[in-house]
Design a protein around this ligand. Structure first.
Ligand SMILES: Cc1cc2nc3c(=O)[nH]c(=O)nc-3n(C[C@H](O)[C@H](O)[C@H](O)COP(=O)(O)O)c2cc1C
Length: 152
């Protein structure tokens, strides 16, 4: 069965993040993966209100999700995202941080108990983007060709 790889960007339409992500996904596809791509800017994702209902429930061993789950698109994205073998984030750096569309998305992951992991991943990829831009899509393609070896 083909590996499923999802690309998630939060940059401009046809911008640098999207171009780099498409290059990475193309390599995955060439290696036999089934790929999908979304841009967080196309979705309605509300800010975490900090109500802590999710973490209070977790501390009692319960999982109640997020109080905003039915009000926006976050859960719809997560339902697809958590069904992937791999997820690639491609997010522009704004003021030395990932762009806000990604941060809003990451903060809302607290109810999944993995906020820290997602935030760290986003920061790592965000800070990788700038050096990558000093190179070219061909560079990204080369790096991913080396990294995407799980199909062989
Ligand atoms: C508000 C703003 C802040 C930015 N801050 C940084 C920054 O701190 N460091 C950096 O290297 N680039 C910074 N940039 C440049 C963007 O990260 C860069 O242009 C990126 O490629 C844009 O991605 P996109 O084309 O996918 O939208 C900033 C751009 C904007 C609009």
């Amino acid at each position: 069965m083909a590996y499923k790889v999802m690309g998630i960007t939060a940059g401009r339409k046809n911008g640098n993040s999207e171009i780099l992500l498409k290059e990475a996904l193309t390599v995955c596809e060439e290696q036999g993966a089934e790929v999908t791509m979304i841009n967080l800017r196309d979705f309605n994702i509300l800010d975490c209100t900090g109500c802590t209902a999710c973490t209070k429930a977790m501390s009692q061993g319960k999982h109640i999700g997020c109080t905003l789950d039915s009000k926006d698109d976050k859960k719809k994205i997560m339902d697809v995202m958590l069904n992937q073998d791999a997820v690639i984030f491609s997010v522009p750096t704004y003021d030395l941080m990932p762009a806000s569309a990604y941060l809003t998305f990451a903060h809302r992951s607290l109810s999944y108990g993995s906020e820290l992991l997602l935030a760290l991943l986003g920061l790592a990829l965000g800070s990788m983007l700038a050096p990558m831009l000093a190179h070219s899509p061909a560079y990204v393609r080369r790096v991913f060709r080396q990294k995407v070896s799980w199909q062989r």
